[in-house]
Design a protein around this ligand. Structure first.
Ligand code: FES
Ligand SMILES: [Fe+2]
Length: 342
């Protein structure tokens, strides 16, 4: 159901401070995320192997996690280091007691968790997705929102160009009246596809603000990541929208924005409000959609506006097949131009 052997966006780095731990259900599993006093992040199953209570109810001293029930202690790799009830002479190999730990990586303000068979730190795994080049741009905005739907509907909603003028109507973005025909070049990329770098359409006020003939490139990659890379002769703005299944019927969408535009930074609170509103519009429409989906209707994908959605399903199928057959993933997408009105 959910793609395996792949990195998922787990949470924004800033949600996990040094010496802190937190619980989050991801891909149907309870996960304890922690960050040591030295700043190193880790993730393990949030279940005590003794009697099953979530370890996150216990204490974390910045080095080890202590269960709240009987005080067993675990290091950041999930290995038991102490069982307080043992008396002298009662020999017990603590190292046999292990909480499953999950490979976790941190880069550019994102924590990525591996969903697959690898355990521990997973040294042999491929690197997590890279945020497009941004020399000294920093992450300025993080918005997290939960969508009441499965991952597919959240992802398809992200890459659906035809909903913009209906769902995201606003003076600063676009309206139905600004709809016009578009033709964009697409090409396959690593684990996905891209809308090739181009001048964004003139109906977007937000792009105009940046000035200096902005160009944009939009990349999608499995399992549900959308990178928008906007450049002008001087500046770069990067948006990452990351979709992570929490459990069946619940998906988290994280929207992160990075930039190196000095004059934009004072407007961060305003831009954050816009980003939030944008995301909420997407969530609200998906919520309404659930009313119909509850009756399991058959759905349609229409050329060319829904071609990206179709590609997503093709990519997923191929990913699943490749990992089942233990062979490399072969990107099924062919370069082509898509045309639609939006
Ligand atoms: S349940 Fe965790 S130490 Fe007993
Ligand atoms: Fe949207």
């Amino acid at each position: 159901m959910w793609l395996r052997d792949i990195w998922y966006f787990a949470l924004p780095s800033r949600q996990l401070r040094a010496g802190q731990m937190l619980h989050k259900t991801i891909l149907g599993r309870p996960v304890l995320f922690g960050r040591t006093a030295a700043g190193e992040p880790f993730a393990m199953e949030d279940i005590c192997p003794h009697r099953g209570i979530p370890l996150s109810h216990g204490r974390f001293d910045g080095c080890e996690v202590e269960c709240c029930y009987h005080g067993w202690r675990f290091d950041q790799g999930g290995t038991c280091t102490a069982i307080p009830s043992l008396v002298e002479g009662q020999h017990f190999n603590l190292e046999r007691v292990k909480v499953q730990s999950f490979p976790l990586r941190e880069s550019r303000g994102c924590l990525w968790i591996w969903h697959g068979d690898a355990q521990g730190s997973g040294e042999d795994l491929p690197p997590p997705p890279e945020i497009p080049a941004l020399d000294d741009g920093q992450m300025r905005i993080v918005e997290t929102m939960r969508f009441p739907c499965d991952i597919d509907h959240a992802v398809v909603g992200l890459m659906d160009p035809a909903h913009g003028p209906y769902v995201h109507q606003s003076w600063w973005w676009r309206s139905r009246h600004s709809m016009h025909e578009k033709a964009k070049g697409f090409a396959p990329t690593e684990q996905g596809f891209q809308m090739v770098r181009h001048r964004p359409s003139s109906n977007s006020f937000a792009y105009k603000l940046l000035g200096g003939a902005p160009e944009t490139e939009i990349r999608f990659r499995l399992p549900g990541l959308r990178f928008e890379h906007i450049t002008t002769s001087k500046y770069t703005v990067v948006g990452l929208t990351a979709v992570t299944p929490l459990r069946e019927g619940e998906t988290e969408v994280n929207h992160l924005i990075y930039w190196d535009v000095p004059w934009l930074t004072p407007f961060t609170p305003v831009l954050r409000r816009f980003a939030r509103r944008f995301l909420r519009q997407d969530r609200d429409v998906v919520e309404l959609q659930q009313e119909g989906l509850a009756h399991e209707p058959s759905l349609m994908l229409i050329n060319d506006a829904d071609t990206q959605a179709r590609w997503y399903h093709q990519l997923k199928r191929e990913w699943g097949r490749a990992s089942e057959e233990g062979r490399p993933f072969i990107n099924p997408i062919q370069a082509r131009t898509l045309r639609w009105r939006s």
